[in-house]
Design a protein around this ligand. Structure first.
Ligand SMILES: *Cc1c(COP(=O)(O)O)cnc(C)c1O
Length: 465
């Protein structure tokens, strides 16, 4: 055991300690990686330490620098020291966290961390929860509960009867919703054809009038309303305190996609953005984004434990077993599962309430500083200034020809510097560069280096064209 594990720990530390100086991305070709990794399936085994050292060698240059401080593409968090260490131990302990009997400590850790999370987000104390792999599966878990509840109230047992012949469920969402909503709908058999994309307003949120009209078009069908805390492009929030009462008064189930935006709740400065959110029926958020827990960490919360348990549990009894341990298998979509609560528990203890608030606020400040720095450069335009930690900028073609193409060329040139990593997106018909800051490691120095690199890349692009 010891040789392989010592070697892995040493190499992990070397990797993490070199992050500040290593290129954020090397743009390695898949053929290079395949050339190294694609060995014939061997008949004979290999010494564990050799397996690890060769793996480390073979993936060199093929690891995205997302755990470092200058990776701003998509919405990627990093890994806090205690969270990463707890994740290592999770693998070493190798608990099957499906049931208490096979993972006593892991199930109690989830019970405790789940309650902490509800406190951080200001969600009802009686809400049920599940520790799942990502916000995608948090949506699936929550929407399965919604499906149960809406159809049960119409006398239809969806778990037993399935969906053929059941009342059709309407699905109302904003036109800026995340793609994971659509896939959750697909996986649960609700049909993407039943999704109605409502037009969002200039602020990126659903307008109360649009929601009201859509709901009143059909007052009979069971309905799920999808709201969003933190649009992936702009960080925009729906007006929960106005929208949720409208939906609830018409009997709709309200689900909130708060993959990263729900963390605004942790900060006194940003908490107002989610005002009224506790009145929803279910909420989904990630641990592996803003909480900076290693990947494979997200949380589903449901205001109606009965519906959640009915959709997920494997027993026949829907009654809470008083005094007994919380059984993850009653709330999770998986059977055998990784004890992923340990790293969340460790992250929350490492930061404390004030540390989580500081992390959220620091990321938002860094996002604003990066945008301000880029805005001062020639031929740049801010499409969406940070509401929280997300922003969109665009690079204008100095010859005035093709701003979309110039924006893509500029993103490629910036990424090529190896100093910072950004991704592109299309927003309201225009190409843009997305800036997402949600890594605990990002420092003022990283912000400075990033703006410098953007300035240099743009100047070189202009000189070369
Ligand atoms: C990232 C994200 C998701 C999906 O989360 P995963 O953890 O990748 O499954 C859903 N919605 C929003 C708004 C996101 O930013």
């Amino acid at each position: 055991m010891r040789a392989a594990l010592d070697s892995a720990a040493q190499r992990a530390l070397q990797y993490l300690e070199a992050l500040d100086d290593a290129p954020v991305s090397t743009g390695i070709a898949s053929s290079v990686l395949r050339g190294r990794l694609k060995r014939p399936l061997a008949d004979a085994g290999v010494d564990p330490e050799q397996v690890i050292s060769e793996l480390v060698w073979d993936v060199d240059g093929g690891l995205a620098g997302s755990t470092g401080g200058r990776f701003f593409a998509w919405v990627h968090g990093g890994a806090l020291p205690a969270a990463l260490a707890a994740d290592w131990l999770t693998s070493a302990w190798d608990q099957n966290a499906g049931i208490y009997a096979s993972a006593p400590a892991a199930t109690v850790v989830e019970e405790v961390a789940g309650a902490w999370l509800k406190e951080i987000f200001g969600l009802p104390a009686e809400a049920s929860f599940a520790f799942v792999s990502g916000c995608q599966m948090a949506h699936v878990t929550c929407i399965a509960a919604a499906r149960h509840s809406l159809l049960e109230s119409r006398g239809w047992d969806v778990e037993q009867l399935g969906l053929s012949g059941s009342p059709r469920i309407r699905l109302l969402c904003g036109d800026q919703r995340h793609g994971t909503i659509e896939r959750a709908v697909r996986l649960l058999g609700l049909g993407t054809g039943n999704l109605e994309n409502l037009k969002t307003g200039a602020d990126g949120g659903l307008t109360p009038a649009a929601l009201e009209q859509a709901l009143d078009r059909d007052t009979v069908s069971p309905t799920i309303v999808f709201l969003q805390a933190g649009d992936v492009n702009t960080g925009a929030f729906d007006a929960f305190d106005r929208l949720i009462p409208i939906a609830r008064s018409r009997g709709a189930w309200v689900h909130v996609d708060g993959a990263f935006g729900l963390w605004a709740a942790a900060s006194p400065r940003y908490r107002h953005l989610i005002s009224g959110i506790a009145a929803a029926d279910s909420w989904a958020t990630d641990g592996h984004k803003w909480l900076n827990v290693p990947y494979d960490s997200a949380y589903a919360f449901v205001a109606h434990p009965h519906a959640h348990r009915a959709a997920m549990s494997y027993g026949t009894s829907y009654l809470a077993r008083e005094g007994e341990a919380r059984e993850p298998i009653d709330w999770n979509p998986e059977w055998s599962r990784r004890a992923r609560g340990f790293s969340t528990y460790a992250a929350i203890r490492e930061l404390g309430r004030s540390g989580i608030a500081a992390l959220v606020e620091r990321c938002c400040e860094h996002a604003r500083a990066i945008v301000a720095g880029i805005e001062r450069l020639p031929y740049t335009e801010v499409l969406s200034a940070p509401i929280i930690n997300q922003a969109l900028v665009r690079f204008l073609d100095p010859r005035g020809r093709d701003h979309d193409r110039h924006t893509d060329d500029a993103i490629a040139a910036i990424v090529n510097t190896g100093e910072a990593f950004f991704g592109g997106t299309t927003w309201r018909g225009q190409r843009a560069m997305r800036i997402s800051v949600c890594n605990w490691r990002t420092s003022e120095r990283d912000v400075h280096r990033t703006v410098e690199a953007v300035g240099r890349a743009l100047a070189e692009l202009r000189a070369g064209s």
